[in-house]
Design a protein around this ligand. Sequence first.
Ligand code: BT5
Length: 318
Amino acid sequence: MREKIIKDILNSKDDFISEQELAKKLGISRSSIWKHMNALKEEGYNIEFVNRKGYKLIEDSKDLLTYQSISHRLETKVMGRKIVHFETIDSTNDYAKKVALQELEGTVIISEEQTKGKGRIGRQWYSKSKEGIWMSIILKPKIVPQKAPFITLIAGASIAKALNNLGIETTIKWPNDIIINNKKIAGILTELSAEIERINYIILGIGINVKTMEFSQEISEIATSLYKEGHKISRVDIVRNILEEFEKLYIKYINEDSKEEILNICRNYSAIIGKDVYLIKGEEKELIRCLDINQEGNLVVQTKDSIIKEIISGEVSI
Ligand code: BT5
């Protein structure tokens, strides 16, 4: 019912919808509308009531990352058909892991803030309230666990494609960073629970800096946000686009083992193919030339001694 109310307000001309019109459309009494409005306000929606005009959503409420907002015009079959929204949480990936077994594939856990956002290998991911998109998608693909790391590439490709649909040019730094102007705008953390031949679930965590203008000192040199780069785009539009792009590529990979389109996006948007970069190994750095991303999703590089090798996981710095 609340989803319908938000949809009706979002669809209304001149932003207002009268109590009468809502009551008629939904077939409920005025007093139950009032109760639903109060519940929506508790969820964080800023709803204004003006005499003789009716209800209206205040601008920043349209960008809350709730199911009501995101599902409005979302064109997916599986991804985001259920969205669990938090005002604050430790980590959406950690929460997703706790509920993964009983949730359906495609369920999204999203929070306005994370107090213990995680990067890879225990690193910290800064996730301030309402400044970005901090979300995890629960996946249950029927593939062998060895094919799971490719999901990170699918996520990278769909983020780059989704942002491109919204007029934002980015590049992908293999394996899990999205870059604008040499700085990190988004990161991906894929976590796997599996037995030898079977995946229980995969948690695909995506963090995107949208509105942040001031970063913590530790990352101020390496991080940026869409707003900082001059792109004032709604978070809801970005989430919707990512879910749609991700679903298309994911289904092709899982059902048809089709990787070419994904690899081509990763190659076309790559920040490192054809370039000399440093491969980071703990305290050490090795200068290498990036040649390609192969069918397995591994990075193919050439060393200083002209040896060609494959990098399965790791980190490169531009
Ligand atoms: C990542 O790790 O890039 C994965 C980030 C995944 C975050 C999402 S948010 C939703 C979900 N729930 C979680 O708890 N996590 C996921 P990695 O490649 O290890 O990069 C981490 C490094 O990026 C840190 O050590 C910092 O240097 C830098 N960093 C931290 N916060 C950042 C931010 N907000 N923007 C850009 N860089 C950041």
